[in-house]
Design a binder for this molecule. Sequence first.
Ligand SMILES: NC(=O)c1ccc[n+]([C@@H]2O[C@H](COP(=O)([O-])OP(=O)(O)OC[C@H]3O[C@@H](n4cnc5c(N)ncnc54)[C@H](O)[C@@H]3O)[C@@H](O)[C@H]2O)c1
Ligand SMILES: O=C(O)[C@H](O)COP(=O)(O)O
Length: 530
Amino acid sequence: MPKVLISDKLSEAAVQIFRDRGVEVDFQPTLGKDPAKLAEIIGNYDGLAIRSATKATAEILSKATNLKVIGRAGIGVDNVDIPAASQKGIVVMNTPFGNSITTAEHAIAMMFAVAREIPAADASTRAGKWEKSKFMGVEITGKTLGVIGCGNIGSIVANRALGLKMKVVAYDPFLSAERAQQIGVTKVETVEELLPLADFVTLHLPKTEKTANLLNAERVKLFKKGARLINCARGGLVDEAAVAEALHSGALAGAAFDVFAVEPATENPLFDAPNVVCTPHLGASTGEAQENVALQVAEQMSDYLMDGAVSNALNAPSVTAEEAPLLKPWVEVADMLGGFAGQVTESPVTEIEIEFVGEVGKLNLKPLIASLTAAMLRPIVGEGAVNMVSAPFVARERGMKITETKKDPQGAYGSYMRLIVTTENQTRSVAGTVFSDGKPRFIQIKGIGLEAEPQQFMLYTTNSDTPGYIGALGMKLGDLGVNIATFALGRAAKGEEAIALLGVDAELSKETIAEIAALPQVRQAKALKF
Ligand SMILES: NC(=O)c1ccc[n+]([C@@H]2O[C@H](COP(=O)([O-])OP(=O)(O)OC[C@H]3O[C@@H](n4cnc5c(N)ncnc54)[C@H](O)[C@@H]3O)[C@@H](O)[C@H]2O)c1
Ligand SMILES: O=C(O)[C@H](O)COP(=O)(O)O
């Protein structure tokens, strides 16, 4: 009988589901706060069900000798070391939609609270002060709400705000014009454009390497005077000290925070600032949402532990036990193609076309399409913000059309996949296959043939086909201390556009990429990670 540990405050409804499905369960809802104890006992379990208090770090996972699945009853998985889990073959699953409405409602509640200073007015009234003239609020009707991150939660918030007769502007680099129109928001192209327009700004994007400190001290200066900021997404998206300073100076009139850079937040620069409303990461805390996510995670984990079925996994494709070995190498190709496209695409994607050429077309294509789409969206929406199941939905929601075609083989490769991505500005393609060693290879980029095995860290350049480029690139990388592991080249025709795809030993910094981009032959240089 598989054994699951629940180490966070999940609804106890989950316990019954596990038992009904034949899974033994230990309900220890405060254990997540005691990493030493968790490390001591984690080796006894096949499954770990958590919320955000348990930190599934590489250290904890190194002790998880029997662990097969981690189930996150909620959305954010920034408390799980996914690469470490993947390395140990542990499937990480979440419940991407179960608490979206509840969290959107919390953001709206926070907006009202900060507009009318309700918490402070409540405390003052109950202290017997009756300070009627002290609390002068603002109306919400007719005001502009700036939504940064317009995915599931952001678009629900926008919908509610429109119902409150607000104007809504949204900044989300991957919100298409069509989707913006459909949900009734005005799309802006930059955070810099949004901030001076909005009376209220609300954040609904994941925290990733790219979004950390998104509202830094410089950007905090761009808010409209007297604006109010709401953060129910993730701590660390905002420079809290800069926001506190703006509140003290009166540049900002209020802030409402549910999430903090350090949690549990027992001290924080915002706590002493005027007109701040704080809640202890309560965004998902309603009976409805907790019931949804607990039931869903228990079902998903039981399905996996009892039948091997995978759903809502962040690091594994959804496949049946029989299909798994046949699909595995092609899932790697799909991940490779999607990951490549997601990292090189710079404007909103409107269409994804996937061609399955030859034998691969006979497989169950759903997990391949989902895997490719998830891999493509991940660099865009953030690790943990999209998974195999949600990817097609997320893509559709963003107005991306996904089509698939099966074709007979042509040319040198008997069976391969080609991804054709159309953005608002251009169409690009990339193709890959499984080699006789069972490993994936890129075989074509932008219609140009080459053969390259994906590496953890890669450099991709497009360049003019002129003599001396390989030498210049090699010299430059050598000067920058970058060791080349693999080197593949291709060109359209003599003297025309050429491409290079290199495997390198370490992650390339922005500075390194800037130096490479400055080489006279280079048109585009990109650091890639697989
Ligand atoms: N406070 C809570 O208790 C609570 C509850 C649930 C979710 N969350 C958090 O809310 C956030 C949003 O969740 P969701 O379900 O809506 O996710 P989602 O993936 O549906 O939407 C996130 C959106 O952010 C956009 N985005 C990515 N990078 C961006 C950038 N640099 N600038 C602007 N937008 C960017 C993506 O394109 C996407 O549309 C997540 O961080 C999640 O962890 C918090
Ligand atoms: O990402 C989420 O789902 C929310 O941040 C909720 O976190 P919680 O389950 O710890 O309340």
